[in-house]
Design a protein around this ligand. Structure first.
Ligand SMILES: NC(=O)c1ccc[n+]([C@@H]2O[C@H](COP(=O)([O-])OP(=O)(O)OC[C@H]3O[C@@H](n4cnc5c(N)ncnc54)[C@H](OP(=O)(O)O)[C@@H]3O)[C@@H](O)[C@H]2O)c1
Length: 236
């Protein structure tokens, strides 16, 4: 039976490679991108017949609704929903220097956008035999790890706290699902060299990062309500 996956923010970076991995595994993959041209270009560059483009902008409720309608034309069940799309902001600015507009923008995409997608696609994930929602997060959003100095010492309040919010979504929806519903969990790929961090050197490749995420997404183990890094469960 055909398995379906929807990956947001997949025209480039880690999301693009997640689509690549899942397409190789035989999934019918919807490659989500907010920009039609970039999304279609990415589908073309991948060159798989089982990948198609879906327009989705996390800041636009109508666009999220339209993406649902597009996907419903093909399937009413989604085995994997991978909430990968996200934005950062100037990592150098200290909390005292962060402006409210930037903070709101980051939350609009990372937190409110992800929340809307989860609610919108939940009926489809519930229909799959073992539907999973994977929220791409960061270890800097773990209050414990950040406080303990176990993460990069980047005090990016907007980015970090919006992802802490995403972790709260993981926990809250995970509690609702319990152990008999769909699964929802968060995965951090760890530092990866992408546009998100201005292609800062020394990070993982996007293929390495995607591998960490897809391994959990395809795992037999139930990680409902947990956040994970490449070594396993991490603290909140
Ligand atoms: N890179 C790292 O070190 C690292 C570490 C931990 C977690 N992560 C997480 O990994 C995920 C992927 O990031 P990345 O590093 O691959 O960054 P990236 O290359 O900048 O990719 C981000 C993707 O999100 C999309 N996006 C941004 N705003 C959007 C919106 N409003 N609606 C829909 N899509 C939107 C971007 O589209 P456009 O091309 O149109 O902007 C792009 O496709 C993010 O959630 C990030 O927080 C990254």
């Amino acid at each position: 039976m055909t398995k379906y996956a929807f990956v947001t923010g997949a025209n480039k970076g880690i999301g693009y490679e997640i689509v690549h991995h899942l397409a190789e595994k035989g999934y019918q993959v919807f490659l989500g991108a907010r920009n039609k041209e970039l999304g279609e270009k990415a589908v073309q560059a991948l060159g798989f017949s089982n990948v198609s483009f879906i327009q989705i902008d996390l800041t636009d409720t109508q666009s999220i609704q339209n993406s649902l309608e597009e996907i419903l034309k093909e399937t009413d069940q989604l085995d994997l929903l991978i909430n990968n799309a996200g934005i950062s902001h100037n990592h150098q600015s200290q909390p005292s220097e962060l402006d409210l507009k930037t903070l709101r923008q980051v939350f609009e995409v990372n937190f409110f956008g992800t929340f809307q997608i989860i609610q919108t696609f939940l009926p489809l994930v519930k229909k799959a035999q073992r539907g999973k929602i994977v929220n791409v997060t960061t270890d800097m959003a773990s209050q414990t790890m950040f406080d303990n100095g176990q993460t990069a010492p980047i005090n990016a309040l907007g980015y970090n706290s919006s992802k802490t919010g995403v972790n709260s979504l993981t926990l809250a929806f995970g509690k609702e699902f319990g152990n008999k519903g769909p699964e929802i969990f968060g995965v951090t790929p760890g530092f990866t060299t992408t546009d998100l961090n201005g292609n800062a050197p020394g990070g993982k490749t996007t293929a390495e990062a995607a591998q960490i995420i897809t391994e959990y997404a395809l795992s037999e183990t139930n990680y409902n309500g947990k956040i994970l890094d490449k070594n396993g469960i991490i603290p909140w």
